[in-house]
Design a protein around this ligand. Structure first.
Ligand code: K7E
Ligand code: CUA
Length: 623
């Protein structure tokens, strides 16, 4: 058996044999011996000694788990799961009143693309945005607490798969749709697809002080499907670019029918101009959204033909180019913003689709990059040396190439079928290089088997030498769809929630604890501290909640232990209720005491030596 630490390169060699079927390596695997100046072994590179911290946070979507996964890089240790679209009993997310209201009754979401808020095209580490493909929602996570701050549902959309991504200064969070649907999802036969169905993009604003979303406006586009998109930077800062597929308008057997055309489109949108249109009232109101229809409000939206069923499009860090990946066409196509602007200025249009002028491909393209045998390019990341890195889904590899020349300089196998990859600060105006993590859809034989279905995997790739080197792999729960990797210095977390005596429903000392009755509503204003609950300090038993059957009960709990990491839980037996109060936090749960009886209450978070004693009773007196 191999030992786990030094085995990284040996394992890779082992994988190589298993990978022949998947990949055709023209340049062979990269060197297995470390060539970086420090001459560290692969094991040393990933090892973060006890007591030291990782350099980067990798913030990864949890796909249809609806959660956000937080990893440290380079150790690849999982640090936390942050519940976003799915209730989580460990933290009580979705149980307390605020988070329950945010979730709106849903018990799952499909979170694909995290986007960290940006200032001047750099991650600023303040918020992270998340899309829910399944239920047309957008969420924000406050990176000072790693708590979900707001969730908003958007009308007229058919799954905002192609979001989230942010404009240069987080003016907008952009959410293009995957499925086209009739406006308001009203009934319309699929025979009327071309006519009645639309592919809507939402432009969302986020107020960072109030921590609230607002739908600014929507763009009505043809019933194409939209895939992962990006915002421009610097020269292209006013623009967003989106890829499309199914421009065939297929409504059945899409595997074949949506892949007929040799070309689909890249859509180019000037959001600054559209913003002006909206301010000037150039829109229609559709189900509460300000809708821009390019057939009525001309300009600001253009299309460019691109090789068959493109998957993603990424803007280069300097904002001068955008790169579309082929999925079904084995090539990356580099387009020039400058050329596109020139064509637009000269009104050099090849045709028009749905009121959208189509720019001539030849005039906007800069080059096609087609590494021999590399199949299924999906997404592009960048480093600090002018190189691009493309994941190849079908040939299971990462290809490194020079953006300026299209020259392919290196290829490395990953295991297996990578979707996205994430580079350190990889979506910013100044990527760091250093690390690339390949987010693989299939792990197969890499880990101990847990049945027919295995975890997904993440391969850590060292970018510091001339050759890429896969140095480590970790399993991950489905599905680490996409991630962003941000330097740890940019994230400033709270140690505790600040003591705010004016906070609604908060109680900060024993004397103020109380249980108040208003008709059949009972409000408990309690505190949690090591190692007891105090619901009413003046009562005979301070840790007892006594109500009458049928009462509506509100438990407002404040954790007055203002010490980092001292968190308390609150669970009630047989009631399917549990929530968490972090240091200095106040939260409320609400329930109807419809069953008479005696129900123990206890702290669910191991908080002190006397955690086991931190308990009480809920007594529900029969009617
Ligand atoms: Cu992230 Cu098509 Cu879901 Cu690629 S998009 S893997
Ligand atoms: Cu508080 Cu355990």
């Amino acid at each position: 058996m191999k030992k786990w630490i030094p085995a990284a390169s040996g394992l890779i060699a082992g994988f190589m044999a298993a990978t022949v079927f998947f990949a055709d390596f023209s340049s062979g695997p990269s060197g297995e011996a470390s060539k970086d100046s420090a001459n560290k072994t692969n094991a040393e590179k990933v090892y973060v000694p006890y007591g030291e911290l990782d350099d980067y946070y990798m913030l990864s979507s949890g796909g249809h788990s609806g959660q956000l996964f937080v990893y440290g890089v380079p150790s690849m240790r999982k640090i936390r799961t942050v519940p976003v679209f799915t209730p989580d009993p460990a933290t009580g997310y979705g149980f307390d009143d605020k988070s329950k209201e945010m979730l709106g009754g849903y018990t799952w979401g499909d979170f694909h693309h995290p986007a960290i808020s940006e200032t001047n095209g750099e991650y600023d580490g303040k918020f992270l945005f998340a899309n829910d493909v399944a239920n047309n929602r957008i969420a924000s996570v406050d990176l000072s607490t790693f708590h979900t701050a707001d969730i908003m549902e958007m009308p007229n959309m058919g799954g905002p798969h192609a979001g989230t991504f942010v404009t240069e200064n987080t003016e907008y969070i952009v959410m293009p749709t995957r499925f086209s649907v009739p406006m308001g999802k009203e009934y319309a036969s699929l025979d009327e697809f071309e006519d009645k169905y639309k592919g809507v993009t939402s432009m969302v604003k986020f107020d960072q002080d109030a921590k609230k979303f607002e739908l600014a406006y929507q763009i009505m586009l043809p019933p194409w499907s939209y895939d992962l998109s990006d915002a421009g930077k610097k020269v292209s800062g006013d623009w967003i670019v989106m890829t499309t597929y199914n421009t065939e308008f297929a409504t059945t057997n899409n595997e074949i029918n949506a892949s007929q055309n040799d070309r689909d489109y890249i859509v180019l949108i000037n959001w600054k101009e559209l913003e002006k249109k909206v301010a000037d009232g150039e829109y229609e109101e559709v189900n509460g959204a300000k809708m821009i229809d390019p057939r009525k409000h001309k300009g600001s939206i253009y299309a460019i033909p691109v090789a068959k069923s493109p998957h993603g499009v990424d803007v280069t860090p300097d904002g001068t180019r955008f790169i579309a990946s082929g999925k079904l066409a084995p090539l990356m196509t580099v387009f020039s913003f400058e050329k596109a602007f020139e064509s637009i200025k000269n009104e050099d249009f090849a045709e028009e689709k749905f009121g959208i002028p189509v720019l001539p491909y030849d005039k906007v393209v800069e080059r096609e990059v087609d590494p021999p045998g590399a199949l299924g390019p999906l997404h592009t990341q960048f480093d600090d040396q002018g190189y691009a890195y493309n994941t190849m889904f079908i040939s299971s590899e990462v290809v490194k190439w020079k953006v300026d020349t299209g020259e392919v300089v290196d290829r490395v196998p990953v295991h297996y079928s990578p979707g996205h990859s994430t580079a350190a600060e990889g979506d910013t105006a100044s990527p760091d290089g250093k690390w690339l993590i390949s987010l693989n859809k299939i792990a197969k034989d890499n880990f101990l088997s847990v049945g027919p279905s295995h975890p997904e995997s993440m391969d850590l790739i060292d970018l510091s030498g001339d050759k890429m080197e896969v140095i480590y792999t970790v399993p991950v729960d489905p599905e680490p769809h996409y991630a962003q990797t941000i330097h740890r210095d940019k994230i400033k977390t709270l140690k505790i929630y600040e003591k705010d005596e004016k906070r609604k429903n908060s109680v900060w000392n024993q004397e103020d604890t109380r249980i108040e009755r208003k008709g059949n509503e009972v409000h408990v204003y309690g505190i949690a501290m090591r190692s007891k609950f105090i619901f009413d300090a003046k009562a005979e038993r301070a840790d007892e909640i006594k109500v009458k059957q049928g009462d509506k009960v509100y438990i407002h709990l404040t954790n007055i232990d203002l010490d980092q990491d001292i968190t308390h839980g609150f669970g009630i037996m047989d009631h399917d209720l549990n929530y968490e109060v972090q240091p200095g936090q106040t939260s409320t749960i609400e329930f109807t005491a419809d069953r008479a009886g005696t129900f123990p209450i206890y702290c669910t978070n191991f908080c002190s030596a006397l955690h086991q004693e931190m308990s009480g009773y809920l007594l529900v007196e029969p009617k």
